[in-house]
Design a protein around this ligand. Structure first.
Ligand code: ARG
Ligand code: ZN
Length: 875
């Protein structure tokens, strides 16, 4: 069994590293690394005579000297985690020569080969696969790195910081020396050696320094770099304007890599990116891809302060940098790109992915207190819920105070490795508030449920809001304490205008943040300017909770028609639709009165000339099955999907004409413009077209064909394909065949084809799956390909993944087993849908569980075992 590490056992390192030199003799088969470091006993260390721990994972030790001499008898101990050096003096110089094998590294952690280039991924514990080192985030030092390699094969040699030297060597070899003046932990180390084209630009910082921007890609992708470079410049400007953060080195490099486990990595001055989050042209990438690229580019850039200049003391603090940086990138996208619906898109992501995680066997706090494999904690909870905690802090202490707090945080902890407690302490200090209770959000797992009720006293004009909270138990946390929940509310009158009034005798306002800081609490309002017709709850989704407000359908329709908060308006429609699905599943009958009311409200919305296209498109969408499943203790997923689709058809069939009338014209919008307005129009057209097809409007099919043929952008092409992807119609086969022909040698676009085929509800899903896995464009060694096929198959192809005989589960378990031998991290993610076995009907749950048991009995990686064991605990 994987042995867990506990936060409570944290000890500061026994030694500090004063400086570090790494010499790489690079080759794909075997790379030799010479590591020279000066170490000195850490005065803060708990144990005075403790040995120096040098982690190493699969690295071959060639030689080691201490102050130029072989270590004495009993000094050097080798164990499963690497090396221990006993009896070191106060200060010593170490020189270690070691070897690793990039070409054989299919785990894509440490130094590995991708498309003939060499690159690294060190976060969280990959550096120890490159050389022996105190590979922990609280050991910070300066790096001088010398790279030497064959010039023809690896003309480009990159590492962190500034290039201080380069030159030719005998035998067709060359070298480069890089120095990074900033203190950093080993997880931020990176190198790249390869044959890459460079796209350049420059950025002048707010203090007037010119920074060279360099984007490295394979030569044939050189024409797909403009968007990434433009995004980078927008992000750099935004961080200065919104957060006062300036870039610090003279060069900022980004390298696109084909084989990459995650999205991207913020290595100091040398970001490595999954090519998917760099390369884009209107012909190959959709608007959503453009937005995602901009957001990941910004995310990694923002890490330069929230992560690199101020880093994490240990990996329990991961959300210190990830939650904060996600918050920062969400703000950027909101302000620069998507305006109103960015928040809704983020809430959807949270509900469809983080809420289920928080309600399942893998639930863990934003700051976990133990883990068996840290790679399994790069989760929606640490990232997205972590960002929600930051946003709640800002709501509670106010925007200006929060901004001041961030300045203090960056200033005070610059060059240090700190904790989430340190972060909250700064916010408490600047705001003068006691945030002790708020910190429960970091330590307690599970999504709180909030109940809300109102009472009106007609004679006195007094209005009361009562709120209550409850968090269900999660693994290892039976009993939950109340958390501090900011509930932003407004009240609307009969005309949909905001009502003014006073809360507990406070100033007159028309919007309030109610702080629910115990199990139950009431809030009294008086001098209201009108009688409330509807309360707009949790505006802007002010807290990551599940709200139960029991509003009538008429009240929800009123909010849907008038609410000026985009989230709450969307939420009104979502609540109505959730209620309709619930009626179908629980009572086994459609609630026709409710459905008629929903339809009426949607019809009115379609007539509303004032609503923004992108908001309209977003509101019309029914909640995804994954999110709906959370409404039930357990549910037959095939039936849930069918009921959802049937509701969609019932609601929209009578509205087909209005949907068509509201559709923007293809020629007016298919212009490749990356603006909020243009993207909104395209989202609306694609959504309406898809809804018409789903509603059985036959006249929509020829329009889909026409849109596909005339499309000048990938957004409109994919819009057409998505619209008919579940339709058993020859048009579907025709278009998909054309798409495959067109993009068969363009991996990132081919992934879209894989996704469509894998997700389709059209019968024959297992044959299609087999076809895709045998496709010349498919490779098990590439995480993007694997995820493109298996991700949508599990997430959106209920009919096949959840086929009643268990075939889907069996196949997936087989793929997980195969993949685990190559890439444990990706296998441990791929298996996760099977861990939700308690949430499906018992017959299916039993089959899923049996597949997990079968895997658990095999020799599998620590990554995979950790996930499976948590999923099977108490089973
Ligand atoms: N720090 C990176 C980011 O969020 C993610 C790297 C995670 N890598 C991993 N192998 N778990 O930007
Ligand atoms: Zn990050």
């Amino acid at each position: 069994n994987p042995q867990p590490v506990y936060l409570s056992e944290y000890q500061s390192p026994a030694f500090e590293v004063e400086d570090l030199e790494l010499d790489f003799d690079l080759a794909a088969a075997t790379t030799e690394v010479t590591t020279r470091m000066a170490v000195r006993r850490n005065p803060q260390a708990a144990e005075p005579g403790a040995p120096l721990r040098l982690y190493g994972d699969g690295v071959e030790l060639v030689s080691l000297t201490v102050d130029g001499a072989e270590p004495g008898e009993g000094m050097l101990e080798e164990d499963a985690d690497g090396l221990l050096l006993h009896g070191l003096p106060e200060a010593a110089r170490l020189e270690i020569v070691s070897r690793c094998h990039p070409e054989q590294n299919t785990a894509l952690e440490g130094l590995y080969a991708s498309s003939g280039n060499l690159c690294t991924q060190c976060e969280p514990e990959g550096f120890r696969r490159i050389t022996f080192f105190p590979d922990r985030p609280d050991v910070l030092t300066t790096y001088r790195v010398r790279l030497e390699a064959d010039r023809a094969q690896y003309p480009v040699l990159l590492a962190n910081g500034n290039r201080v030297e380069a030159g030719e060597l005998d035998g067709g070899r060359h070298y480069a020396v890089w120095e990074d003046p900033f203190l950093k932990p080993s997880y931020l180390f990176a190198l790249v050696a390869g044959d890459l084209a460079c796209q350049r630009d420059t950025f002048t910082t707010m203090s007037g320094r010119e920074v060279q921007l360099e984007l490295y890609v394979e030569a044939h992708n050189a024409d797909r770099c403009d968007h990434a470079l433009a995004s980078l410049k927008r992000a750099m400007r935004y961080d200065e304007e919104a957060f006062g953060r300036e870039y610090d080195l003279d060069v900022y490099m980004i390298v696109a890599v084909d084989d990459f486990n995650m999205g991207a990595m913020e290595n100091k001055g040398l970001n490595l990116f999954n090519a998917k989050y760099v390369l884009a042209s209107p012909d190959t990438a959709t608007d959503d891809d453009f937005v995602a690229i901009e957001s990941v580019i910004a995310h990694e850039y923002f890490h330069n302060w929230s992560g690199n200049r101020v880093t994490c003391r240990d990996w329990f603090q991961l959300s210190l940098k990830e939650g904060l940086t996600v918050f920062r990138d969400q703000e950027f996208t909101t302000d620069c790109t998507l305006y109103g619906v960015k928040r809704i898109d983020d809430v959807s992501l949270l509900r469809a992915h983080q809420f289920p995680e928080d309600a399942g066997p893998l639930a863990h706090p934003v700051r976990p207190d133990h883990y068996a494999e840290i790679n399994n904690f790069y989760t929606l909870t640490v990232y997205e819920k972590g960002a929600e905690l930051i946003r709640m802090l800002r709501t509670l202490i106010g925007r200006e105070t929060f901004r001041r707090g961030l300045d203090v945080y960056f200033e005070r902890f610059d060059g240090q490795a700190v904790t989430t407690d340190d972060f909250v302490a700064v916010m408490a200090e600047v705001s003068g508030r006691d945030l002790t209770a708020f910190k429960r959000w970091y330590t307690q797992a599970g999504t709180p449920h909030v109940t809300a009720a109102t009472a009106q006293d007609g004679s006195t004009g007094e209005f009361r809001i009562s709120l209550g909270q409850y968090t269900p138990p999660t693994p290892g946390q039976e009993h939950k304490e109340p958390v501090v929940i900011p509930v932003r509310v407004a009240m609307l009158d009969d005309d949909g205008r905001r009502i003014r009034g006073r809360l507990e005798g406070g100033p007159e306002q028309d919007e309030w943040v109610l702080e629910l800081d115990r199990s139950e609490r009431s809030f009294h309002f008086d001098e209201l300017s009108a009688t409330p017709r509807a309360v707009s709850w949790l505006r802007g989704f002010s807290a990551p909770v599940i709200l139960e407000a029991n509003q009538s359908a008429t009240t929800l329709a009123h909010l849907l028609a008038h609410d000026d908060d985009a989230f709450s308006r969307w939420e009104a429609a979502q609540t109505l639709m959730r209620r309709a699905i619930r009626a179908r599943i629980e009572d086994d009958a459609a609630d026709s009165v409710l459905e008629a009311e929903i339809q009426h409200a949607l019809a009115a919305l379609l007539e509303d000339p004032a609503i923004e296209p992108v908001l309209l498109a977003t509101i019309l969408q029914l909640p995804p099955p994954r999110e709906l499943a959370e409404l039930f203790d357990c549910v037959d997923p095939v039936r849930l999907r069918a009921e959802r689709d049937a509701l969609e058809a019932r609601l929209y069939a009578p509205l087909a004409d209005r949907l068509r009338e509201r559709q923007p014209k293809l020629d007016d919008i298919d212009n490749g413009a990356f603006t909020a307005d243009a993207m909104g129009q395209r989202r609306l057209r694609n959504r309406l077209l898809a809804l018409r097809v789903a509603a059985g409007d036959e006249s929509a099919v020829p329009e889909v064909l026409e849109q596909y043929r005339k499309a000048r952008s990938q957004t409109m092409r994919m819009g057409a394909l998505n619209a008919i992807n579940d339709l058993n119609h020859e048009a579907r086969a025709l278009l998909l065949a054309d798409f495959e022909r067109r993009y068969h040698d363009d991996p990132l676009v081919l992934d879209k084809y894989f996704g469509l085929q894998a997700a389709s509800q059209v019968s024959g899903g297992f044959d299609r799956l087999e076809y895709l896995l045998q496709h010349p464009g498919f490779r098990w060694s590439n995480p993007n390909r694997v995820r493109a096929v298996l991700g949508p198959f599990m997430a959106r192809n209920e009919r096949h993944f959840h086929q009643a005989d268990g075939e889907g589960y069996h196949r997936i378990a087989g793929f997980v087993e195969k993949l685990d031998r190559m890439n444990p991290q990706t296998a441990a993610r791929l298996v996760q849908p099977l861990t939700r076995w308690r949430k499906v009907d018992p017959a299916r749950g039993e089959q899923m569980r049996a597949e997990l048991e079968r895997l658990a009995a095999l020799e599998i990686s620590r990554d995979l075992r950790d996930v499976i064991e948590r999923a099977l605990a108490d089973a």
